[in-house]
Design a protein around this ligand. Structure first.
Ligand SMILES: Nc1ncnc2c1ncn2[C@@H]1O[C@H](COP(=O)(O)OP(=O)(O)OP(=O)(O)O)[C@@H](O)[C@H]1O
Ligand SMILES: [Mg+2]
Length: 247
């Protein structure tokens, strides 16, 4: 199996001596959905931003499909699409204009652009609101629009930071189905973070639990449940945080 992401010994110290990552290592294989879980402030977003070439680590390295994210960020960016934790931007455009803009940025051929626009419109599923300005969208509408522009590109790797945060139950279910189908049907490798353990269990082939900038546990949802003698991932989470806190 090809390695999609190889994270090695990442350390990130923010200004003010805030240590976010303390030597984090893990691998994601091509075709996999890998879920990152962990308490608030554990280092998930920091990790995703480093992999997405948007933040430099203090030390350590990451390879994406064999390419070094520190030396070759532009080549890496061509293979990935990233959904930030809190994205706003482009408020004056309508949803449709935003999707069309993203199509122009991503694709040269008009046929590719048309296909991308069609896919994104379907995922965003905004109805009449697609022609209204984004500044008037609810949180969930914005989230769906952004997610649509990320997935519709069918990137080789999608990095999704809390993809369904702010979405209602039905919208979350829909978004999970879309993520799963892009993984299954188009082979999109997915690295996501989430606080929703149902979502993590539904989507992830393997789960990595981050605690204070370290990987505390890793495995399939089934394996993690066995290890902690838990019946669901919320109990798994509690078990490992308790273990981590106890040292
Ligand atoms: N720009 C920044 N400057 C200083 N410290 C930061 C910055 N970004 C994150 N941190 C700190 O780094 C640590 C990890 O933060 P990070 O956002 O990666 O956590 P997280 O696991 O994504 O949390 P959450 O579940 O709340 O999204 C925290 O202590 C946080 O305060
Ligand atoms: Mg975060």
């Amino acid at each position: 199996m090809e390695i999609a992401i190889d994270v090695r010994d990442l350390v990130k110290i923010y200004p003010g001596n805030i240590v976010a990552l303390r030597g984090l290592s893990f691998k994601v294989f091509e075709g996999e959905v890998y879920g990152l879980i962990g308490p608030n402030g554990a280092g998930k977003t920091t990790t995703l931003r480093i992999i997405a070439t948007l933040l430099r680590p203090t030390s350590g390295n990451v390879r994406v499909f064999g390419m070094n994210v520190l030396l070759d960020p532009i080549r890496v960016r061509k293979q990935i699409a990233y959904l930030p934790e809190d994205a706003g931007g482009y408020k004056r455009l309508s949803g449709r204009e935003f999707i069309e803009l993203m199509a122009r940025i991503r694709f040269k051929e008009s046929r590719d652009r048309e296909e991308y626009i069609g896919n994104a419109m379907k995922i965003a599923d905004l109805g009449d609101a697609v022609d209204r300005k984004i500044e008037g969208y609810s949180k969930g509408m914005k989230r769906r629009l952004l997610l649509a522009t990320v997935l519709a590109a069918r990137p080789r790797l999608a990095i999704l930071d809390e993809p369904t945060s702010g979405l209602d139950v039905l919208q979350s279910l829909k978004v999970r189905e879309v993520i799963k189908s892009y993984n299954k049907n188009y082979g999109v490798t997915v690295l996501l973070s989430s606080h929703n353990m149902l979502e993590i269990e539904f989507l992830s082939d393997r789960v990595g639990m981050i605690f204070k900038g370290n990987l505390l546990a890793e495995g399939s949802p089934k394996k993690l449940k066995e290890l902690s003698e838990a019946s669901n991932l919320e109990e798994v989470f509690k078990f490992f945080v308790g273990k981590g806190a106890a040292g």
